[in-house]
Ligand binder design. Structure first.
Ligand SMILES: CSC[C@H]1O[C@@H](n2cnc3c(O)ncnc32)[C@H](O)[C@@H]1O
Ligand code: ZN
Length: 432
């Protein structure tokens, strides 16, 4: 007996062999997908009728700072340097463990509601982010964000905390939590520190999450201090590999793109954040054409200001079109691949496609809405017309976290109330 059968669905498998199944079934057992097809002989404890809906892999947000939900709308319309150094970092210095716990629960709630089933996070007070992930039922690849600013003492302490977090949490919550090392960026971490982080990560068989070339200022800093850009600098210290998730990668030359593709680096594109902070337009179409693995992220809520991956998909497609002045750039199916299959590859998880043996991480999107009618092409509708609010049901590891728009895994009203109070208390501490 299976656990769940979803029937009468348009199944968007994102698997090239299975393709789309117009009136299909998905069978879930023990947290995994047992069957995907036109019909099934199985029976199950729970049957979900998905008539008029699309069943698809849950979306994978590959660059987030979950706790930053508390800073939603806190520092808008600013240049990145002032935003980070004058507003965000001083505010982050006042954050407590409990703040991060509530902020991360709020992020999990928002992601579950809008169809994200996995996310990669880099932040501080990470034990409490992990606790929120464990409680909510979502899947995540978590890293303690490390910055040494060239101080050996700080480097030692940061790496110690990063390693402690990895050994404490990797594989926890029935395998839903994986961990990564999170050196912040090449212009906030020293060369020596980045070399140590890579060595530790290789030794521990753990992936790395890092910001790279988000701004022209980083490019200029690296050229002035090292005589080369961050991509060549990281190549020089043997940092690159399929184990690296590089967020942003906006300021790339054609030579940089070749290096990233050659080393199999995973690149998280974060178009809304890049637009809001006026960082620039990442050459996503060129990266994909070169064979690089490009996935999609929201970044934190202080530069987005939400975690809706549907909005991110649409923005990614539109930004490439206007950036290249080519309306054929980054078509809908390719964006869906970025948000599913490519994201799973970047995090090293068996999700992102609906296929036998893979994690039962999926969402049901209700297409019976005025703004989703008529339905000529499902991929087009999901990328250009749908939003996170159209997600009806969210399933992670075979557990239903939201059903028929009702969140079942967390006490939504309780978290909303606590988030309001937490942000008020935080604001008064920041002002004092
Ligand atoms: C040390 S934990 C992570 C660190 O990153 C900061 N952050 C959030 N968004 C961005 C961004 O777009 N560029 C650079 N750094 C960013 C966050 O506030 C934390 O301090
Ligand atoms: Zn970031």
């Amino acid at each position: 007996m299976a656990d769940i059968i979803i029937k009468n669905a348009y199944v968007l498998t994102m698997d090239p062999d299975l393709g789309d199944i117009e009136n299909g079934v998905v069978v879930i057992e023990n947290g995994l997908i047992k069957e995907v097809g036109r019909s099934t002989g199985s029976t199950a404890d729970k049957i979900i009728d998905a008539r008029g809906c699309v069943v698809m892999p849950g979306l994978i947000n590959t660059h987030c700072h979950a706790g930053m939900t508390l800073f939603r709308g806190y520092a808008d319309d600013m240049h990145l340097k002032e935003w980070l150094e004058d507003r965000i970092w001083p505010a982050e210095a006042k954050l407590t463990d409990d703040d991060i716990h509530i902020g991360s629960l709020l992020a999990c709630l928002e992601m579950i509601r809008s169809g994200t089933t996995s996310f990669a996070d880099m932040y501080i007070h990470m034990d409490r982010v992990a606790q929120a992930v464990k409680e909510s039922g979502i899947r995540a690849a978590l890293s303690y964000g490390m910055i040494d600013f060239g101080s050996k003492e700080k480097a030692d302490a940061e790496l110690k905390e990063g390693s402690r977090f990895v050994s404490q949490w990797n594989g926890k919550a029935d395998g839903r939590i994986t961990t990564m090392y999170g050196p912040h960026a090449p212009n906030t971490c020293s060369r020596e520190f980045l070399i140590r982080v890579k060595e530790q990560a290789v030794k521990d068989k753990i992936r790395i999450h890092i910001h790279v070339l988000e701004t022209e200022a980083e490019l200029n800093y690296m050229k002035e201090n090292f005589g080369m850009c961050s991509i060549h600098f990281l190549k020089d210290i043997d940092f690159w590999g399929t184990d690296v998730l590089a967020a942003h990668c906006v300021w790339l030359s054609d030579g940089d793109i070749k290096i990233l593709a050659e080393y199999g680096v995973n690149i998280s594109h974060n178009p809304v954040s890049n637009m809001k902070l006026a960082s620039g337009i990442a050459p996503v179409a060129k990266l994909i054409a070169s064979g690089a693995n490009v996935c999609l992220g929201t970044d934190g809520c202080a530069s987005n200001n939400n975690l809706d991956m549907f909005e991110e998909m649409k923005t990614a497609a539109l930004l490439q079109k206007v950036g290249t002045m080519d309306p054929t750039a980054l078509p809908a199916r390719q964006v869906l691949e970025m948000a599913t299959v490519n994201g799973a590859k970047a995090l090293g998880i068996k999700s992102g496609v609906l296929k036998e043996g893979h994690n039962a991480d999926m969402i049901i999107v209700d297409m019976r809405k005025p703004h989703l009618t008529p339905l000529h092409d499902v991929a087009s509708q999901l990328v250009y017309a749908a939003s996170g609010k159209d997600v009806r049901t969210t399933i992670v590891a075979g557990k239903v976290l939201m059903e028929d728009f009702m969140v079942t895994c967390l006490d939504e009203q309780d978290i909303l109330g606590k988030a309001v109070q937490t942000s008020k208390n935080l604001a008064s501490r920041i002002d004092s």
